[in-house]
Design a protein around this ligand. Structure first.
Ligand code: ATR
Length: 274
């Protein structure tokens, strides 16, 4: 029987996931389809029940369901459990639903695709302490990046993540600006700069180390205000597209036990975005 997959969210029309996964199915000769499903919060439970009845093999979960889906799942991967958020559901052989979170690992895969795996001793500064930052923080720890500092406009939220991690430091934006020179890897995970009109940075990059690694999780635009400013310091740039592609690739691997070609996909989506 043909397998099928979906992404559920509200809104969903803009999602690039269907194109990406369908292209991978084609490339890898998998007889499957992936469709976007517009699911409003009040319909989440019935949507899950329908996905089960209609035999979906798995699906991605996006805003606003990443947390609220958890009570409807039978099992959680430990990382998703820690993060308290799920972006990928796998229907197991016995029909039970297992939730994963591939966002954070997707970020680390994308980072390491650009900078390699030999930078784990670097001091890392994570800017932001929202849902995306939480995923990245746990994944960084899991992958062996142990010198983590989190800064956020609301510093208490950064402190909360550090307490959960059991290691690392939280600091105010001001402190982070002053000590920016010691960080080899700086990751921007806030939604600042997303709004139309005025271009804003989450913090001043005046003291950014020459040759540092600057990563953003936003991929549209590919060069965010943060990356454009960082680029002035001769840094290595990691844009947000790799994270998007790798979170999808890890999900694909959970569903089909094969890792798709991420390089070609990143090239293809880059052409669409520039
Ligand atoms: P996401 O799931 O994308 O991480 P989120 O959980 O709403 O979204 O988190 C948004 C992040 O962007 C937070 O770190 C937030 O800072 P606060 O915790 O202080 O709210 C940050 N953010 C959003 N708008 C901001 C602004 N204008 N200035 C500074 N930080 C901002």
């Amino acid at each position: 029987m043909k397998k099928w997959f979906a992404v559920i969210g509200d809104p969903i029309a803009h999602s690039k996931s269907p194109n990406m996964h369908n292209a991978w199915f084609e490339e890898m000769n998998i007889d499957a389809a992936y469709i976007p499903l517009h699911v409003k919060s009040e319909n989440l439970e019935s949507a899950i029940s329908s996905l089960k009845t209609l035999g979906a093999s798995g699906w991605n979960v996006t805003i606003p369901h990443k947390q609220t889906i958890i009570p409807f799942l039978d099992e959680l991967d430990p990382l998703a459990d820690k993060m308290g958020a799920v972006n990928t559901v796998v229907r197991l052989q016995d029909g039970r639903l297992k939730g994963y979170n591939t966002d954070g690992a997707g970020f680390v895969h994308a980072l390491e695709e650009v900078i390699g795996k030999d930078n784990k001793d670097q001091e890392v500064l994570l800017i932001g302490a929202g849902g995306a930052a939480r995923g990245i923080a746990f994944a960084l720890q899991l992958f062996g990046y142990r010198k983590l500092t989190i800064t956020n406009r609301t510093v208490e939220k950064a402190e909360d993540i550090i307490v959960e991690l059991g290691e690392g430091k939280a600091m105010s934006i001001k402190e982070a600006e002053q000590s920016l020179g010691k960080f080899g890897i700086v990751i921007q995970s806030t939604s600042v700069g997303l709004a139309n009109g005025e271009v804003k940075l989450p913090l001043s990059l005046e003291k950014l180390q020459e040759g540092a690694i600057a990563a953003d999780i936003v991929y549209n635009p590919l060069m965010t205000p943060f990356l454009l400013e960082a680029q002035k310091k001769n840094v290595t740039i990691v844009n947000g597209l790799g994270m998007f592609v790798h979170q999808g690739a890890i999900a694909y691997n959970y569903w089909l036990e094969q890792y798709p070609n991420t390089n070609n996909m990143i090239k293809r989506l880059t052409e669409e975005l520039v």
